[in-house]
Design a protein around this ligand. Structure first.
Ligand code: BDR
Ligand code: CA
Length: 338
């Protein structure tokens, strides 16, 4: 029975792929760099359930929400839950470029995945290091053909760029979950977690000149869960819906209390939603500066929203999003999984 269900699901995903080929729509080659993490896992499920738009070449992991062994295990769990063991998972940097490591176990739990029971997935890591994988893949990629979704500290890509600056040739664009301007920070009053966890890495990526989009707290704090939206996911009545409902139920609690919000953000999944349906979001091209000076602004992102300084506009800053549109998209894609 289980085998039959898996077969039907694979056939469904394959038929989506086939339809894409027939109608000639372009899938986007994508590497997801991530530190799962509750919201990272939701993002991974959303991406892996969307093969007609996203050709996920690999998942690369980094230390962030929890230590590297756990983020790598959780990435493999997401891949298993999505029935996409075909996608390799490479483990990357165990610590930031310069600063001492920080983790977010208070939000994501000791295992980095609240609300569900974790296990050791059947399929292991791919051989080799995530940084080498990025270098080798981007070096030989067609010019500006690969998109990178950065869902955690930007250490892996920064290390790759430091060792092999020419890899920018293979990068189409980098979409970062990180930063905060209007909203203020979530780890300090000024800094968002991913930027605070490795601001020096984010500076390296920014200085490389690659096309950059930031999906900051300014927008993710507007795309909140609600009882109704979580029910919508639960009503899918499949394993993925149950998992995501379980994870989010637990994950959003701390933010709801801390910010007095009616629901909680699902930060990283907005990066994937942006890639799938950019029309759900709005923002503008700005000049971005990242602060890495010791002190109260360590890790702060300063977005010149009004162009006050007249400096080069180096980042597309997403500022608003259609919350219900996001949850409809998420539900629709999760419905395809087992
Ligand atoms: C970001 O920090 C992490 O805890 C989440 O996974 C997300 O990437 C939100 O600030
Ligand atoms: Ca993350």
């Amino acid at each position: 029975m289980l085998y039959l269900k898996r077969l039907i699901r694979s056939a469904m995903l394959l038929s989506i792929l086939a339809a894409t080929t027939v109608y000639g729509a372009q899938t986007r080659d994508l590497i997801i760099d991530t530190d799962p993490g509750a919201d990272d896992v939701v993002a991974l499920l959303l991406a892996l359930a969307s093969p007609e738009e996203l050709n996920v070449l690999a998942i690369t992991t980094v230390a962030g929400n929890v230590r590297l062994d756990k983020t790598s295990r959780n990435a493999r769990l997401a891949r298993e839950w999505a029935g996409r063991e075909d996608v390799p998972v490479y483990a990357g940097a165990p610590k930031p470029l310069v600063r001492t490591p920080i983790y977010a176990e208070n939000i994501h739990g000791q295992e980095g995945l609240p609300g569900v029971t974790v296990h050791e997935p059947a399929k292991g890591l791919a051989e080799g290091d995530a940084v080498d994988y990025l270098i080798n893949t981007l070096r030989k990629a067609s010019p500006h053909s690969v998109t990178i979704a950065m869902l955690g500290p930007q250490t892996n890509l920064a290390l790759a760029l430091i060792q092999a600056p020419e890899i920018t040739q293979g990068i189409k664009e980098v979409v970062v979950m990180g930063g905060a301007h209007f909203n203020g920070g979530n780890i300090t009053p000024t800094a968002e977690f991913n930027l605070f966890a490795d601001p020096h890495a984010a500076q390296v990526v920014l200085a490389s000149g690659v096309k950059l989009t930031y999906v900051p707290l300014d927008v993710t704090h507007k795309i909140l869960t609600s009882e109704q939206r979580l029910k919508q996911i639960e009503a899918l009545n499949n394993g993925a819906g149950k998992l995501v409902k379980g994870i989010l139920d637990e994950y959003v609690k701390a933010d709801m209390v801390h910010y007095g919000l009616p629901g909680g953000p699902v930060h990283d999944a907005s990066v994937i939603a942006w890639l799938l349906k950019p029309e759900l979001f709005s923002g503008r091209q700005v000049n971005l500066v990242i602060d890495s000076r010791d002190g109260p602004t360590f890790g702060q992102t300063i977005a010149d929203w009004y162009g006050t300084l007249g400096h080069d506009k180096n980042v597309f800053w997403v500022e608003n999003g259609d919350a219900q549109g996001f949850f409809d998209l998420l539900s629709q894609r999760l419905a395809r999984l087992k």
